[in-house]
Design a protein around this ligand. Structure first.
Ligand code: CP
Ligand code: NVA
Length: 322
């Protein structure tokens, strides 16, 4: 066993990861370092890191990236996964979240949950004796934010001093987790949205207190993106909110990311989106499929960021091993 990199083990051992704020700025920076190292460590040096560990994936909503990247991450790290979706799993519908947590803690090493309401997930995590990871709730998508800031760090070297414009539904799960991570790492976040989709004053105050970065909300897409290094958007209507689809489309159309909007950003600006995307709605096909788009690097980084997270929560080994 040859240690080839700093030990990722025990950084976050046993802790829940339901929101970005479940880790400190230093821990977030350490997770990103481990993710960058894992990206460069040969597969042969990774495949015993989570040997004997089992990850349960319990998803009430559809998923491509989150499910597959966690399954591949566990496989490449030597662990195993099991998956239950939809009708087989729904927090609180068949038994109390606390009982689900206590039972799962007897079977598996960690649990990833994708769910609607955040509060039952908090209850489940509090009662579990194994780490519970939020694979997306209505309130937060912290695994996405890990990959987002990893991708920006790769692209720009640091988040400190960057301006990230999030335009569209600035109240949603992706926007909140991204802004938390970005402010913790010293970036300025500009939200561009109508008042109906703008974070509350309490949320803006919460974000502003998280780190050395700053946060501002604009009612105009052009003002939000002016000079920005990153333009980020997400779907106008999140899963579980389908009843608002028509209203969202009407309100958010002026916040679509088009080539014209892009001309107001910095010359080197990149386009990011958590995916899935709707071309012709929140983003023009020419932007997401154009040279400034880094959405597939971002999607790939879900794998590396989540490997770092899993190692930090579960690994027994000290360092990567050959
Ligand atoms: N970005 C993201 O979480 O994708 P999935 O919904 O496909 O998991
Ligand atoms: N805000 C979107 C993100 C999907 C990955 C949703 O919750 O549906």
């Amino acid at each position: 066993m040859i240690a080839v990199a700093p030990a990722p083990a025990a950084l976050l051992r046993g802790r829940p990861f339901l929101r970005i704020t479940d880790v400190s700025p230093d821990e977030l920076a350490a997770l990103l370092r481990v993710a960058a190292e894992l990206k460069n460590v040969p597969a042969s040096a990774q495949r015993r890191m989570l040997q004997g560990k089992t990850l349960a994936l319990l998803f009430e909503k559809p998923s491509l990236r989150t499910r597959v990247s966690f399954e591949v991450a566990m496989t490449q790290l030597g662990g195993e996964t099991l998956f239950a979706a939809g009708g087989e799993f729904s927090i609180g519908s068949r038994e109390a979240p606390e009982d689900v947590a206590r039972v799962l803690s007897r079977y598996v090493s960690a649990v990833v949950v994708r769910t609607h309401e955040h509060e039952p997930l908090e209850r489940l995590a509090r009662a579990a004796s194994v780490p519970v990871i939020n694979g997306l709730s209505a309130a937060a998508h912290p695994c996405q934010a890990l990959a987002d800031v990893l991708t920006m760090q790769e692209r720009f070297g640091t988040l400190s001093g960057l301006t990230i414009a999030f335009v569209g539904d600035a109240k949603n799960n992706v926007a909140l987790s991204l802004a938390e991570a970005a402010v913790m790492m010293g970036a300025s976040v500009h939200f561009g949205s109508p008042v109906t989709h703008r974070p509350s004053e309490a949320t803006l105050a919460h974000l502003g207190a998280l780190g050395s970065g700053t946060v501002r909300a604009f009612g105009s897409a052009v003002r939000a993106v002016r000079g920005a290094d990153v333009i980020y958007t997400d779907v106008w209507t999140s899963m579980g909110e389908e009843r608002f689809r028509e209203r969202d489309a009407a309100m958010l159309r002026p916040f679509a990311v088009t080539d014209e909007l892009f001309t107001y950003a910095a010359r080197h600006a990149v386009f990011m989106h958590c995916l899935p995307a709707h071309r012709g709605e929140e983003v023009a096909a020419s932007v997401i499929d154009g040279p400034c788009s880094i959405v597939f690097d971002q999607a790939e980084n879900r794998l590396h960021a989540q490997k770092a997270l899993l190692c930090a929560l579960l690994a027994d080994t000290r360092g990567f091993v050959r």
